[in-house]
Design a protein around this ligand. Structure first.
Ligand SMILES: [Zn+2]
Length: 107
């Protein structure tokens, strides 16, 4: 569950680099599903079609694409807007496992 992508997001959050966090959380808006499939297949040619900041490494992109695959079904988290099967329902709202763990660490 805690893959390289989530680790990177957590690390950036800790550093207070929220611009990057926001970009990574919204990555699905920059990349089409067909391109996600190619990332999953380790097809670097896709990099010519997507405009990404230099700090987004191929490894990071692949970790993200792995996540994306797993999150194909499930509910939308109210905190990070990503889809997830794992999480908790809180007053009719869904919080994914990652955000739930993060919240628990804050309190
Ligand atoms: Zn979440």
């Amino acid at each position: 569950m805690n893959n390289f992508f989530e680790q990177t997001v957590l690390e950036l959050t800790r550093k207070g680099d929220l611009k990057k966090v926001k970009f990574l959380r919204g990555l699905h808006r920059h990349i089409m599903p067909s391109q996600v499939a190619r990332i999953n297949q380790n097809d670097r040619g896709v990099l010519r079609e997507i405009v990404l900041p230099k700090w987004v490494s191929w490894d990071l992109l692949r970790a993200w694409a792995d996540n994306f695959k797993e999150e194909g079904k499930g509910k939308i988290c109210i905190l990070c807007n990503s889809q997830s099967d794992l999480g908790v329902d809180f007053r009719d709202k869904f919080i994914c496992e990652n955000c739930f763990i993060r919240l628990k660490q804050l309190t």
